[in-house]
Design a protein around this ligand. Structure first.
Ligand code: DGP
Length: 113
């Protein structure tokens, strides 16, 4: 399978992993939209959130737990941060491997574009 995030998770592209456990890795976004912009992904390939089977949905909590840890480490809490899961084409998803954006270090605006 030719998935760039799978390759990153396997350590094949030299992307620095800033968080790693058995099921989850995180790394800096290539095109940061905020002073802190981290991508948190499962090691297992799910094309999108919609593709996570109900009996594996706990992986989403694992992604959130990693985000919580990273937010504390990067000191974007208690100032605040945003979690984003773009899903599908109209959702703005461009890489077909489930990922959580962790954005912080500046004032976020609502609604997003
Ligand atoms: P999304 O639009 O939600 O699918 O976000 C995909 C993000 O992935 C986008 O912000 C840019 C980032 N990205 C794409 N390719 C790479 C890569 O090779 N390395 C890193 N670090 N980030 C990437």
């Amino acid at each position: 399978m030719d998935c760039i995030f799978c390759a990153i998770a396997r350590g094949e592209l030299g992307t620095k992993l800033i968080y790693e456990d058995e099921d989850v890795v995180a790394f800096e976004d290539l095109n940061p939209q905020a002073p802190t912009h981290i991508l948190v992904i499962p090691r297992r390939h799910y094309p999108s959130l919609q593709d996570v089977p109900k009996d594996e949905i706990g992986i989403v909590a694992r992604l959130a737990a990693a985000a919580q840890e990273l937010a504390a480490e990067r000191r974007i809490w208690p100032s605040g941060y945003r979690l984003v899961v773009n899903s599908g084409s109209e959702g703005g998803q461009t890489v077909s491997h489930l990922h959580l954006h962790v954005l912080g270090g500046r004032q976020m605006v609502w609604p997003p574009g």
